[in-house]
Every structure is written in structure tokens, then in C-alpha cells.
Design a protein around this ligand. Sequence first.
Ligand code: APR
Length: 243
Amino acid sequence: MYDLIADQLRSAKKIVFVTGAGISQESGIPTFRGKDGLWRNYDPMKLATIDAFYDNPKLVWEWYNDRRRNIFAAEPNLGHKAIAELEEFVKVVVLTQNIDGLHQKGGSSSVLELHGSIVKIKCTVCDFKDEIFTEFSELPPLCKCGNILRPDVVWFGEGLPQDVWQEAIIHANSCDVMVIVGTSLVVSPANTLPIYAKKNNATLIEINPDETIMTSDMDSSIKSTSTVALPELVSIFKRASKM
Ligand code: APR
């Protein structure tokens, strides 16, 4: 399988990675739709919404506090580190749906967080924003203006930050290879990025132990976990550089 993609990788000028919760699963962070995805028997899809937040801000904040605790204890895995190492050989941009910051912690220098970041918070009313790396004692936390604070992440039914999304499309439209890792590709608009890349004649490579709804659209589909497959991509470049 890796021989098939070796030539495309080695001749690439720019590789864009589109990543999802699966790439952080081996760092101990549960995915959303996998068997490990429930939280206190709640479906995350039911909590990651603006309605759920206004319905019960304390419960949603308890979920996010748990996620913050989990994420702050997590370390980047071999998959995150392999993507960062590829920067030695080729231009790499990471478009991630994850809010855990593990790509940056793993050494990637060009990361777009499509759905925001777990450390970022903002006021529900005024324009206060901040980055918080500690846990909140009082839930829901209050802004100085007296209104409740919320995680600065994209919830279902909310649009992505336009500047981030526009930049992501530019990268998807200008890569030779797009590697889609650890995402079920069920959430839009992130799941349209492979379509933009394909229109630009990029080679699509999927890394996922399971089939996704777009596996049949891929040029190559590697049925593997990210900590096994991504280091293999690095060794392709290392072998080529010794030739
Ligand atoms: N390596 C690679 N892929 C894996 C691994 C692994 N070790 N473990 C699981 N996967 C795959 C699963 O097979 C699945 O296809 O990762 C994918 C995770 O899919 P989801 O749980 O749906 O996560 P994601 O695609 O990132 O969800 C997108 O939905 O809930 C919202 O905003 C949230 O960003 C999230 C978005």
C-alpha cells in the first residue's frame, strides 16, 4: 500500500492534512462517534450545541471541564509527531477539527483549528475573549460584565470563523496531496475540504481503521491507525532522501 503512494508523496510540493478526533484517540482523548465517545451517557452531539448550552450551561461546562482536564493531561502521539516531522521534507499544513492543541504540542508549525480551541473562552454578550489553561472552580464561569462565559469553540448549528474557513479552502485548493486522518467526515463544512482538493487534482489519501462515507472517493485508503500509518509516511521520505 505504501509503495502505491510513495511517488505521489515524494513529488508533492505541499501536503495538507485534514484531521479529526481519531488522531488524538491514541493520546487518550475519546472520539465523538466511536464506541468510546459517550460522556456520562450523554451523546456529545447533544451537548455541543448552543441550545444545550443555554438550556443547561452548568452541565455543558461540566463536560468541557472534563474535556479540558483530559486534554491538558494528554500528550501528542506518534501520529501528531510524524506530521510535524514531515515539515523537514515538504510544505505541510494541518487543518484540524480537533480543539485539543496536540498538533501544535507535537511540533506542527502551520495548524488551522477549524472548530476552535479548548483553551479559548469568550463572553456570551460582550466581546471579551481569553485563553485559560486552568480549571474553573465556579460553573458556569462569569465574565466581568456579569454574563456567562462559553467555550470559544464551534457548536453544531454555528458557522466556522470565516477567516479560518477561507484560509482552509485556499490550502485545500493548493495542495498536491491531501491526507485525511482520523475523521468520520460526517460534519460539514470540514468534510467538503477533500472535494476542494480533488477539484484541484490533488491525490486523496485516507488513514482510518474504519470505512468512512468518503472512502470510495479516495485515491488510496490505508486501513490503519494514525500512530502506525503516519510514521510510515515519514519513512518514505527518509528512504528517498538517502537515495
Ligand atoms: N487512528 C485513526 N483513525 C481513528 C483512530 C485511530 N487510532 N481511532 C478512531 N479513528 C477514526 C474512527 O474510525 C472515525 O472514523 O476516527 C474517526 C473519528 O470520527 P468522529 O468521532 O466522528 O470525530 P470527527 O470526525 O473528528 O468529528 C468531527 O464532529 O462532534 C463534532 O466538532 C466535533 O470536531 C468534531 C466533528
